[in-house]
Design a binder for this molecule. Structure first.
Ligand SMILES: Nc1ncnc2c1ncn2[C@@H]1O[C@H](COP(=O)(O)OP(=O)(O)O)[C@@H](O)[C@H]1O
Ligand SMILES: [Mg+2]
Length: 599
């Protein structure tokens, strides 16, 4: 007997559920929490052509959610119909499903909401002098009554889930619920810049957003100027795919995808192909465990994807997902490569607090500031009136200055400080370079370039290096023989648990072969299960670049510094190390002058 069968078998076990039960079950899918009600109601207002929408909630929406719009409204007949299940004005035949241009079409949101809360709906179409009012209490309708009303629609939803204690119990605190509502509101506000939008919580304004702002202005209003100022705009319009993207610089990448917003024809979606394209575009520019901030607005023919795959329509199915992936990747990647991602230091400059902390590895921030001040003093000897530090001798190494006339941008004056940082003059100021981070980036790009088509060039070790490996390590080695071949590491068996490295890549000459091999094996053991072979190899290259790069503390010759500066000009993404930390911080003369109170 199946577990669900109770009692004796008899005919007539199956019954048709009454309509309110059906609605309540549908509500389970569509209405998870107050934020889902906000989403459905506001989407209806947008579909109704509203140009102003006000959302007012109380106690995180648990007590009241009210949405007021100035859209086309409903007459008495439509109002009576709208809360019935499977009623919609948006599609009529199955053909309409092939190109849905409205946010709604399933005709179940209002019926679902009305089955689990107290509703009051007032609506008036433009061509009528009065409105109509309808009240519903968990599926039980009162008669429609005429009332005075502005044109448009107000829908109030009170005491969500009040007759379903099990569902109500799952609602979180008002604070948590309002956070979810704000998130829905933000998505709607980003997708509909022509609409004026207001969000109130417990009678206080949370957002009041004017219509027809540009996208960037909306982003700034919703996320703050710091985020908006760090965005790079890019566009493309090819193959029926119009893309506008605002890409965050690596410095604002987050630990989750909370700053990734993807819209298809003004509908917020989540999509694994697009997320992957974004990740690929930023590969090498940020740490692989972080998520870049990206606001991506895509317009494409409605017929080229299906929205009828998920009850809340947060997922779509692209008919040509590869095309969508490659267009987005190309658009974002091209822009990133063409952008100077050097970290800019803004005035007013407070050295101790504003300096990005990642750049101060191995050296207190105050020392960087001191070195910088010293550099500036030496180059502007006539202008010391504000420099109270001029008498101090920071004991800097100055022999690295090359004082010839600058010929090209790289033959400028430069110096190494504390054997860790390079200060180099440029056209409008100077830069401080983290020598390890920059060299790591250069190594990574060179390694990547060389392995793209073949394997790394290797050279025979004079004395093969033998080492003992555990059974697991040997297995890993055997299972990844192709990876080691590509790296240019040649290995031969030497005994049951001993192997010998015979050849090692020339580019990794700075690394210690046995130690490097063990580290690669460790990395594969740690990440091999979760990464595909391409990403795993990329991680290995990151590690190789780090090991082969000049370290902080290495004294460099003038020639080496010149080489670094020359490579910086030619290597892709040289503003950041492969983990996304800045390699370079810029200081412009005008900002310094402000800081030294010369202007
Ligand atoms: N704010 C509104 N203004 C005008 N008409 C509305 C509004 N909200 C809902 N409606 C009407 O009620 C119908 C049912 O809404 P809903 O249950 O959300 O289904 P759907 O949006 O999928 O059509 C809509 O198709 C629309 O005709
Ligand atoms: Mg709807």
């Amino acid at each position: 007997m199946p577990w669900w069968f109770r009692g004796e078998r008899k005919m007539g076990r199956i019954t048709v559920l009454d309509q309110n039960m059906v609605n309540m079950i549908a509500a389970g899918e569509v209405i998870e929490r107050p934020a889902s009600v906000v989403k459905e109601l506001v989407e209806n207002s947008i579909d109704a052509g509203a140009t102003k929408i006000t959302v007012a909630v109380e106690e995180g929406g648990r007590k009241l959610i009210s949405v007021t719009d100035n859209g086309i409204g409903m007459d008495a007949e439509d109002l009576a119909c709208a809360f019935e299940p499977h009623t919609t004005s948006k599609i009529k035949t199955s053909d309409d499903l092939k190109g849905i241009s409205t946010l709604g079409f399933r005709g179940e949101a209002l019926a679902s909401i009305a089955s689990v809360a107290q509703i009051k709906a007032i609506s008036r179409p433009k061509d009528q002098l009065a409105g109509n009012c309808l009240e519903i209490d968990c599926g039980t309708k009162s008669p429609i009554t005429p009332c005075s009303a502005d044109t448009g629609t107000i829908i109030q939803v009170r005491e969500l889930f009040y007759k379903l204690p099990a569902r109500r119990k799952f609602l979180k605190s008002a604070n948590t619920e309002i956070t979810h509502i704000i998130e829905q509101f933000i998505r709607i506000a980003l997708a509909n810049t022509t609409i004026e939008l207001v969000l109130k919580h417990n009678n206080k304004d949370v957002y009041r957003i004017g219509a027809n702002q540009g996208l960037l202005a909306r982003i700034s209003e919703l996320f703050g100027a710091d985020i908006a100022d760090s965005l790079i705009e890019t566009k493309s319009d090819e193959k029926d795919l119009n893309i506008i993207a605002y890409m965050g610089k690596p410095s604002i990448a987050a630990t989750s995808n909370r700053l990734q917003y993807i819209f298809i024809n003004s509908r917020f979606i989540r999509d694994k192909f697009i997320s992957h394209a974004i990740k690929e575009a930023y590969r090498g520019a940020i740490d692989p465990s972080r998520f870049p901030a990206v606001f991506l607005f895509i317009k494409m023919p409605y017929e080229d994807y299906d929205v009828n795959v998920h009850p809340t329509k947060i997922e779509v199915r692209f008919f040509n997902a590869n095309l969508v992936h490659s267009q987005i990747l190309a658009c974002l990647r091209e822009k990133l490569l063409a952008t100077d991602l050097d970290t800019m230091v803004k005035a007013p400059l407070d050295y101790e607090t504003r300096m990005p902390s990642n750049t101060s590895q191995g050296m207190p921030r105050g020392q960087i500031a001191e070195a910088m001040e010293d550099f500036f003093r030496r180059h502007r000897p006539g202008n010391q009136q504000h420099m109270d530090f001029a008498a101090r001798d920071p004991g800097l190494v100055t022999r690295n200055f090359v004082n010839e006339q600058p010929v090209s941008s790289i033959e400028r004056r430069f110096m190494q400080i504390h054997d860790s940082f390079i200060i180099a003059e440029n056209d409008d100021g100077f830069v401080i370079i983290d020598q390890h981070a920059l060299h790591e980036r250069i190594m990574y790009e060179q390694l990547k370039k060389r392995v793209r088509n073949s394997h790394l060039e290797s050279q025979k070790l004079l004395v093969p290096e033998s080492l003992q490996l555990s059974k697991d390590q040997l297995d890993t080695l055997e299972n990844n023989s192709e990876l080691f071949e590509k790296l240019g590491i040649e290995i031969v068996g030497f005994g049951p648990k001993t192997i010998a490295i015979q050849s090692f890549p020339v580019l990794l000459a700075k690394a210690e072969p046995a130690e490097f091999l063990k580290d690669v094996l460790g990395l594969i053991a740690e990440k091999g299960a979760t990464l595909d072979s391409e990403n795993l190899f990329d991680e290995v290259l990151h590690m190789a670049a780090c090991k082969a790069a000049i370290k902080a503390g290495n004294k460099l010759t003038d020639g080496e510094i010149q080489q670094l500066l020359a490579d910086k000009e030619t290597v892709e993404g040289s503003g950041h190390c492969p983990h996304g930390r800045p390699t370079t911080i810029k200081f412009t003369l005008s900002e310094l002058e402000k800081q030294f109170k010369r202007t």
